[in-house]
Design a protein around this ligand. Structure first.
Ligand code: ARG
Length: 463
């Protein structure tokens, strides 16, 4: 059978060309969106008197039957029909004859594919939001559980200052919060319906683009027909949001691998998220965390691919754009799975406070606090910094802690200091005192959790 566009052709496609050209093997995933778009289009055509009400009814029923057939897995897809648009339309024509041929009035595959991809993107944004909300809830609960449990804060992978575990977890909460907001930004810019842009320049038919836009749940129709069929910036935007979020996931996953190592042992990842070794019987490997760390690579790849596909393409539609789909599907699937795996892994993870306690005394975690304490008593901070630096040097030489330095030794560093000037330098006191807005004190972490919960409730409602 000749295909839907073959009127001006004398020869059919070469077999290998047919395969190379076709997108049906992957864009069949868009069938529900495609059919939804077609139904809205048919209704508008009837409303505008371009087709009759009976024709519209037949088309809507026919499309419904095709959808059910695909749902059931009874629909036979073939590269003969190139893509999802031609597959559905051919099946409709087969079912309805003449009437089926009227559906493609005032429409092109160029605007059709954009409708499908935008409807698909909106559905996925909703699911991604749900997964992010789930992860954020897990983080809030864990942060609450560990709001006053103290661990080591690192910079340059060196002991820096004591922090609460709740505080560390809330840092990730903030990152994923922005990831969710990025999805909402993306939605806001892409919420315009391209249907009726046609091939590139609109149509002479008396269509109503506002009607189809509203019927399909878009904010409005797109403003310029040529832009509507030419750009894929919303795909790139979603892939960027995915890449950034996967980077966050990857960093969290790396910390889990590190904390789970025998050198750290701050956490023991649950058995159900680990695998064993085929040769070393003792091994329990944190494979899920490693996979989460590694999956980011393919998502960056999807983003780079799409940026490169779009670069230098002239307006309006080019077949290059068909390359937008596989990367988008892959990135979204990977991101969704990663969010859920990470959330479930964190949910089951407990911190080993005994192991952390063994490390808390090392690395002079309270050095900054002593300097700040001296500064509060009038010693200029730079001098206080220098004094405590000398105290560290002395402790290292003697192999002792700050508490072990005698008043004599302290006086030999600087005549202004003595042990009673150092204040309470216990690690707990240092953490409790960091009450500055956004600081690590348990009271402040609890404030962050409360404000996080408030935000999350609103975000979840907005779904
Ligand atoms: N399968 C095509 C794509 O995904 C649909 C649009 C085809 N348009 C065309 N003029 N060949 O981009």
């Amino acid at each position: 059978m000749a295909n839907l566009w073959s009127g001006r052709f004398e020869k059919g496609m070469d077999e290998i060309v047919e395969k190379f050209n076709a997108s049906i093997t992957f864009d069949k995933r868009l069938y529900e969106c495609d059919i939804r778009g077609s139904i809205a289009h048919a209704k508008m055509l009837a409303q505008q008197g371009i087709i009759t009400a009976e024709e519209c009814e037949d088309i809507v029923r026919g499309l419904g039957e095709i959808k059910e057939k695909i749902d059931r897995g009874d629909f036979e897809f073939s590269t003969k029909n190139e893509d999802i648009h031609m597959s559905v339309e051919s099946a409709l024509i087969e079912a309805l004859g003449e009437t089926g041929k009227k559906l493609h009035t005032a429409r092109s595959r160029n605007d059709q594919v954009q409708v499908d991809m935008r409807l698909y993107t909106k559905e996925e944004i909703n699911e991604l939001r749900e997964d992010l909300v789930f992860l954020e809830n897990v983080l809030l609960d864990k942060a609450e559980q560990y709001a006053d449990k103290i661990t080591i804060g690192f910079t340059h992978m060196q002991h820096a200052q004591p922090v609460t575990i709740g505080f560390h977890l809330m840092a990730y909460f903030q990152m994923f919060k922005r990831d969710l907001e990025r999805l909402d930004d993306c939605w806001m810019r892409m919420d315009y319906c391209p249907l009726g842009a046609c091939a590139l320049a609109g149509t002479t038919m008396p269509i109503d683009r506002f009607a189809t836009a509203y019927e399909l749940g878009f904010f409005a129709p797109t403003e310029n027909a040529m832009d509507s069929v030419s750009d894929r910036d919303y795909v790139i935007e979603l892939l960027s949001a995915a890449s950034i979020s996967m980077m966050h996931i990857s960093r969290f996953a790396e910390e889990c691998v590190l904390w789970n190592s025998s050198e750290f042992s701050y956490i023991a990842i649950d058995d159900s998220f680990c695998t064993g070794s085929s040769i070393m019987p003792q091994k329990k490997n944190p494979d899920m965390a490693e996979l989460l760390r590694g999956k980011v690579g393919r998502v960056y790849g999807d983003l780079m691919q799409m940026l490169t596909v779009m670069k230098g393409t002239p307006l309006a539609y080019n077949k290059d754009f068909q390359e937008d789909k596989e990367g988008m599907f892959d990135a979204v699937d990977t991101w969704k799975d990663s969010l859920v795996i990470l959330a479930k892994m964190i949910e089951k993870t407990e911190f080993r406070m005994d192991k952390i306690a063994e490390q808390l005394g090392k690395g002079f975690l309270n050095a900054t606090d002593i300097a700040e304490h001296l500064a509060k008593q009038g010693v200029p901070f730079r001098e206080a910094h220098n004094i405590v630096g000398n105290m560290v040097k002395m402790c290292e030489n003697r192999g002792c802690d700050f508490e072990d330095l005698t008043d004599e030794e302290l006086a030999s560093i600087d005549s202004r200091i003595s042990s009673d000037m150092l204040g309470d330098i216990s690690i707990k006191a240092c953490v409790d005192a960091r009450v500055s807005y956004g600081g690590t004190a348990p009271s402040e972490v609890r404030r962050q959790i409360a404000s996080g919960r408030e935000w999350l409730e609103r975000a979840a409602e907005a779904e």
